[in-house]
Design a protein around this ligand. Structure first.
Ligand code: NAD
Length: 281
């Protein structure tokens, strides 16, 4: 079984991106800039944002974090986004989710200029991705996609099952696999026989949030299994896939932690650089 090393893949991607930033700097005399808006003091969000900033600096991006208290008015956030939209030194804008209840998430997402939407959540990018056009792609599914392609460069005709249909993970993942000519089944909480669906799959991507949902006897021999889940349990962090059982059947499997997670931030940096490149054309 191939243990898909997300840490290593992310480090390789960051090294490539660092070179790319250096080339862009010498060509344009400026570097891509990422601005993150962080609202409130939720610890996980603070940790994510700190890691994003650290990684951005590591590859040579200009990075900025704007922090607001929980009580900030929606209007102030929307005005700041407008300001960043017209700031030429800002290539990518990310508003860290979740937001406090009084702030309308969709309004915030739609306020971001689609060409600076490094999360790929703006309806324009969602539409472009589903139409097969160039777009920003949500970072976690993009990371999954890059890991799958490392194992199997030609996905044409493969059967893929995506477990979970969130806008963040399942839906964009489906679009990426479709674009690669996979036959894709998207499954969710109302799917009648999830095990039977998974047993058909050459590729399984699990993005559910239920610890160890996908069991060993759900997985065909030689399937590629990507585990997006991050679940806190009494036994520590586990994924949506039962690692010990599935590793006996699968051809390749991502561990949790150390699989998809590290790729997510690396893909955010990639998206920022891609936004910059598109803005220079
Ligand atoms: P979500 O809650 O938005 O969506 C979960 C999806 O799972 C839903 O579409 C739901 O229909 C489906 N589902 C629920 N119960 C099911 C069941 N019994 N069988 C089949 N499908 C079922 O979750 P999300 O935001 O997509 O996140 C999913 C997981 O991925 C979480 O554990 C989250 O922490 C993790 N995550 C990891 C990363 C990363 O970087 N690795 C990034 C984002 C999210």
């Amino acid at each position: 079984m191939i243990l898909i090393d997300g840490k290593k893949a992310a480090a390789e991607l960051r090294a490539e991106l660092k070179e790319e930033v250096a080339e862009l700097k010498s060509k344009h005399n400026k570097v891509p800039g990422l601005t993150v808006i962080l609202i409130g003091d939720l610890t996980p969000s603070q940790i994510y944002v700190r890691n994003k900033e650290k990684s951005a600096n590591e590859v040579g991006l200009k990075s900025e974090v704007i922090k607001y208290p929980d009580s900030i008015e929606e209007k102030t956030v929307l005005e700041k986004i407008q300001e960043l939209n017209s700031d030429e030194t800002v290539s990518g804008i990310l508003v860290q989710l979740p937001l406090p209840k009084h702030i309308d998430k969709q309004k915030v997402i739609e306020a971001i200029d689609p060409s600076k939407d490094v999360d790929g959540f703006h309806p324009m990018n969602v539409g472009n991705l589903s139409s097969g056009y160039e777009s920003s792609i949500p970072c976690t599914p993009l990371g999954c996609y890059l890991l799958i392609k490392k194992i199997e460069p030609n996905l044409s005709g493969k059967k893929a099952v995506v477990v979970g249909r969130s806008n963040l993970n399942g839906k964009p993942m489906t679009q990426l696999l479709l674009k690669e000519n996979c036959t894709v089944t998207i499954t969710h909480s109302k799917t009648k026989d999830l095990k039977a669906e998974c047993l058909e799959a050459d590729i399984i991507v699990a993005a559910v949030g239920i610890p160890e949902l996908v069991r060993g006897d759900w997985v065909k021999k030689d399937a590629i299994v990507i585990d997006v889940g991050i679940n806190k349990t009494d036994n520590g962090i586990v994924g949506d896939v039962h690692f010990d059982e599935v590793s006996k059947n699968a051809k390749a499997l991502t561990p949790v932690p150390g699989g998809v997670g590290p790729m997510t931030i690396a893909c955010l940096l990639k998206n920022t650089i891609d936004c910059f490149k598109r803005s220079q054309i």
